[in-house]
Design a protein around this ligand. Structure first.
Ligand SMILES: O=c1[nH]cnc2c1ncn2[C@@H]1O[C@H](CO)[C@@H](O)[C@H]1O
Ligand SMILES: [Zn+2]
Length: 384
């Protein structure tokens, strides 16, 4: 028997492997059953389906349109039921529990506080409710035998005009559960430079931010996010592929922007299934993550919206192992990349890598040594 290192991992190994998630939307990850219950509690009557399974399916199909704008319309239903403190605490707690159950050990989960004010909450109350939920979820996960740490990223909507206000909010809560800032929403027509004041403010405060760029729109958006706004990471960034040329003989030429992204180790928060749904990629096998990994870009694997994509971190890795033959070593590479790119302090990232991630993969990879063979009762081979 050969070491598991060279093998495609089984779904159970993928689930048990420690994973790190940098790009996951709180309002894109609710359990369908929770959406149904919260809608009933708050009197929201516009849900397209009343039964959890059917509603889950509806989200996946509605998000499958090939257009980012139509994909984003589905969030009206999740945001509608996330307008009270109790709802936010519940959704955030379940998010942490679901991620932990899936083997995620560290996650940065984002949401736009400005989208949760319709029930009369202030921006501060929204942030505090979500933080409370994450802490509760971490605790429940621990009781269930899983360890997870969850940080929040505060998102400003790129079509709106509250980015500076949200950036200030992120800065105010930076030592209380908020790891950084982001902008999201429709990309075409809303370049990140509209929010330069917010990014310049965060830079002056030595704070961290990522920008959704290079998803529905190409290189100019990535270039602006990096060279005008100074983003630490790229949300998606998948269109960087447009600046990479592969010749018939397999030789690769990077344009100036792609070379910059790779040289500066700019993290790409890649979200394969989401990209297929919004039309940013045609199939898993053709997803640019394959080439970006081969070329040693700082690529990471993410879920984006677990509800709309019917996915999880394990599912994304399963699909990638099927498409590219990835092994546990590849998974570890993506996971270490993600942990290196997190917005928490360097010593904590290093401890996560050395004390949690590497030992977790080492244990999975060495499991074959202790396999049970027919006729033996113990875990170890019998001694003669
Ligand atoms: O892939 C995406 N690209 C751009 N915006 C997104 C994506 N997924 C979600 N959101 C937007 O981010 C808001 C805050 O979480 C969501 O409400 C949704 O409008
Ligand atoms: Zn996103």
């Amino acid at each position: 028997m050969t070491s598991q290192t060279s093998r495609i991992p089984a779904p159970e190994q993928i689930r048990r492997a420690p994973k790190v998630l940098l790009h996951d939307h709180l309002d894109g990850g609710l359990r369908p059953g929770t959406v149904v219950e919260l809608a009933r509690d708050c009197g929201y009557t516009a849900l397209p389906e009343q039964e959890a399974d059917k509603l889950g399916l509806w989200f996946r199909e509605a998000a499958d349109s090939g257009s980012l704008e139509r994909y984003l319309e589905t969030f009206a239903h999740t945001c509608a039921v996330m307008q009270t403190r109790d709802a936010l605490v519940r959704v955030a707690a379940e998010c942490a529990e679901d991620l932990a159950e899936d083997g995620v050990v560290y996650a940065e989960v984002r949401y736009a506080p400005e989208q949760h004010l319709e029930g009369g909450l202030t921006l501060e109350q929204v942030v505090e409710a979500v933080n409370e939920g994450f802490r509760l979820g971490e605790l429940r996960a621990r009781e269930a035998g899983h360890r997870i740490r969850v940080g929040a990223l505060l998102t400003a909507m790129r079509h709106a005009a509250r980015a500076l206000e949200i950036a200030e909010l992120a800065n105010r809560y930076r030592d209380e559960g908020v790891a950084g800032f982001d902008i999201a929403g429709a990309e075409a027509g809303f370049p990140p430079t509209r929010h330069l004041d917010a990014f310049e403010y965060l830079k002056r405060e030595n704070n961290h931010f990522t920008i959704h760029a290079g998803e529905a729109f190409g290189l100019p958006s990535i270039w602006q996010a990096l060279q005008w706004c100074g983003a630490d990471r790229l949300g998606h960034g998948v269109r960087i592929i447009d600046d990479i040329e592969v010749a018939d003989d397999g030789s690769v030429t990077l344009g100036r922007l792609a070379a910059y992204v790779r040289d500066k180790r700019i993290p790409l928060e890649l979200c394969p299934t989401s990209n297929l749904q919004t039309g940013a990629a045609a199939s898993y096998a053709e997803h640019p993550i394959g080439l970006l990994r081969t070329l040693h870009f700082r690529a990471t694997v993410n879920t984006d919206n677990r509800l709309m994509s019917g996915t999880s971190m394990s599912r994304e890795f399963e699909l990638l192992t099927e498409a590219f033959g990835y092994t546990l070593d590849d998974m570890q590479w993506f996971t270490v990349n993600a942990m290196k790119s997190a917005f928490i302090p360097f010593d904590e990232r290093l401890a996560m890598i050395n004390d949690v991630i590497k030992p977790g993969y080492a244990e999975l990879k060495s499991a074959w040594l202790f396999r049970q063979t027919a006729g033996t009762s113990g875990n170890a081979p019998e001694e003669g």
